[in-house]
Design a binder for this molecule. Structure first.
Ligand code: FBP
Length: 278
């Protein structure tokens, strides 16, 4: 097949693969790249084994898991044929020098993700970073390749940089969401702005590209996290990509099920939190 022919079919591939991830435009993604992004301090001592966590999350019925290529390779026997896979192609460690924190490196290819069985790929862009130019270049290389193979591309649209005082500022998050739509994202993951009114503007700014909330640090009470997710849904958002609020929970499966109730069944946080009591 020549390249042109591949491109002519690629939109179909994006649609087909996205339909495996989004149900009625809603999705719960388990984001699990923290071993690189944050390091061991993110994991309680009984959470070091990634397979154990992935088994629980998969069993609870999450829609998709987002892993770095190496972790996808190491855990495929757990998730294969049970849950959609999003391979994240950029990353950084938390121990690199502080002046390089607003840059992610490319650590995989779309072809590599295909060989792992991926349904989508993901890449971060730190909008506003001193390294924005490099990150846009990397994004476009991944985007070109994803287009060619009909692979959906999720953008972690994270505004971060020396000029950004508050990365949760609605105007700043709206900027990131719009920039993600402008640069061809098929799915956008970004910060929660703190309430449904402002998040609805973020959704609007994304021009119909589905927007999911990035989980963030662990909330004091599970119901607080469910309230955030509920507001995202009320705002027209498509769901959540959550890591720590699930894998650090005392009840990993219950938490996934509770989040699924809010996202897919329109349950209130008060109703959904009962999943944690079972
Ligand atoms: P969390 O739900 O734990 O916040 O995970 C979402 C995520 O985007 C991960 O994919 C990533 O590792 C992490 O947050 C980034 O964290 P930080 O905000 O410290 O860069």
């Amino acid at each position: 097949m020549d390249k042109y022919e591949g491109i002519s079919y690629s939109n179909v591939g994006v649609k087909v693969r996205l339909s495996r991830i989004l149900k009625n435009n809603r999705v719960v993604i388990f984001a699990f790249d923290h071993g690189l992004e944050h390091g061991p301090s993110d994991f309680q001592e009984d959470r070091y084994l990634a397979k154990t966590i992935l088994e629980k999350v998969t069993r609870a019925g999450v829609d998709a898991i987002m892993l770095l290529p190496g972790m996808a390779r190491l855990t495929h026997d757990i998730w294969a044929n049970r849950v959609s896979l999003i391979v994240k192609l950029t990353g950084k460690s938390d121990i690199r020098p502080p002046d390089k924190h607003y840059l992610q490196s490319v650590l995989g290819t779309v072809e590599g993700a295909i060989s792992l069985g991926a349904d989508a790929v993901a890449a971060t862009v730190y909008w506003g970073s001193d390294y924005e130019n490099e990150m846009i270049s990397s994004w476009y290389e991944i985007k070109e390749s994803a287009n060619y193979y009909g692979m959906p591309l999720l953008q972690l649209a994270y505004p971060r940089g020396s000029t950004i005082k508050n990365r949760y500022d609605p105007q700043i998050v709206m900027y990131g969401a719009r920039a993600a739509a402008e640069t061809g994202a098929d799915l956008i993951k970004t910060y929660y702005t703190g309430n449904k009114e402002t998040f609805s503007k973020v959704v609007e700014m994304a021009q119909g590209i589905p927007v999911v909330m990035s989980g963030g640090a662990v909330r004091e009470k599970p119901i607080e996290f469910l309230e955030d997710v509920y507001n995202v849904i009320l705002a027209g958002g498509s769901g959540v990509a959550v890591g720590r609020n699930v894998f650090r929970s005392n009840n990993i499966e219950g938490m996934v099920k509770a989040v699924m109730k809010v996202v897919h069944d329109n349950k209130t946080p008060e109703e959904a939190v009962k999943e944690l009591e079972k």
